[in-house]
Design a protein around this ligand. Structure first.
Ligand SMILES: C[S@@+](CC[C@H](N)C(=O)[O-])C[C@H]1O[C@@H](n2cnc3c(N)ncnc32)[C@H](O)[C@@H]1O
Length: 302
């Protein structure tokens, strides 16, 4: 039996200072931090803002964005800032399960410090605008967003916990729903480079590129996916032969959640089973072929 104390601990969100000194949280329930070690604000800029290439849009334009997993609102603040820098009007929808990360962040001086008052007010206004849809993002995607967003969203930012911890939000079905939101030149941007997710995005009809990174111990800072070719974008990098083969290995077996209600253990077990039938080489064989480690920063994304 779970005592009330341990249940509270299991759901605990612990504030922490990330690598660039900015505010972050650790989730006991998911066993993961909210942001990359290099820093929450740094990740927001390097992984989400820059690969979105807002310079593609003329000043004065309305930018439609769907943000999956708003959490503390760090990415949202970076987006608000970038829209101001480019003279864009933000038309934003956010999806989030838990109101506590945003509450904890807004109550923290450490969180507020890097941002000016106007930006913080804009975040607070978004949070109470009715555009932040609380609850399981699968349900919001299935029925909470307006129908007329379909095919008209410029950016989808996907920042769920990792696929092994939160497979519900990385299933083929969710990726297909997100792909259907995108405008013809829209972009889905995520920190995730897992083969299961990239292969799922491909199956959803999107083209892929990697988000380049200067750290020699890492492949990349994530993935951009779009209905159009991305290889001409100087801010992105084409997938390497190693990355392309990763998608065809057993690691490329997507997570599946046909009724949109599966729990993580069931989705993980079903994928493990499907991987055994997968015609591609094993993930181990792929790792040996390319000398990819099984631990540390050069580990293959799960
Ligand atoms: C990695 S954190 C997001 C970090 C966030 N982008 C930020 O800037 O702080 C993942 C978030 O996913 C949320 N989450 C987990 N499961 C979810 C679900 N099924 N639907 C919607 N949000 C979910 C968590 O509450 C958490 O806030």
């Amino acid at each position: 039996m779970t005592s009330p104390g341990s249940a509270a601990e299991a759901g605990a969100l612990l504030p922490l200072r990330s690598g660039d000194g900015s505010f972050s949280l650790h989730s006991a329930a998911f066993g993961e931090a909210f942001h990359a070690d290099r820093g929450a604000v740094r990740e927001a800029v390097e992984t989400f803002v820059r690969p979105s290439a807002l310079g593609r849009y003329d000043a004065g334009r309305r930018l439609r964005v769907v943000e999956l997993c708003v959490g503390t609102g760090t990415n949202t603040l970076a987006l608000l800032q970038a829209c101001d820098d480019h003279g864009l009007t933000l038309d934003w929808w956010g999806l989030e399960l838990d109101p506590r990360p945003l509450q904890l962040a807004l109550a923290s001086d450490d969180f507020r410090r890097p941002w000016d008052a106007g930006r913080l007010q804009a975040l607070e206004a978004l949070a109470t605008s009715g555009r932040l849809l609380w609850g399981d993002a699968r349900h919001s995607l299935a029925g909470g967003l307006p129908d007329d967003l379909r095919g008209r969203v410029d950016l989808v930012w996907h920042d769920a916990f990792s696929p092994r911890r939160c497979p519900q939000l990385w299933s083929l079905e969710v990726l297909q729903q997100l792909a259907a939101l995108l405008a013809p030149d829209g972009r889905l941007v995520t920190y995730c480079a897992a083969a299961a997710v990239r292969a799922g995005l491909q199956q959803a009809g999107l083209q892929l590129a990697s988000i380049p990174c200067s750290d020699p111990d890492r492949w990349c800072h994530g993935t951009v996916a779009s209905p159009v070719e991305l290889e001409h974008d100087p801010g992105l990098r084409a997938l390497t032969p190693m990355e392309r083969e990763h998608l065809t290995s057993r690691a490329g077996e997507p997570y599946r959640d046909p009724d949109g209600r599966g729990e993580a253990p069931a989705l993980l077990a079903a994928r493990d089973l499907a991987q055994r039938q997968h015609p591609g080489i094993s993930t181990g064989a792929w790792r040996r072929r390319w000398g990819v480690g099984t631990g540390g920063p050069t580990a293959a994304p799960q």
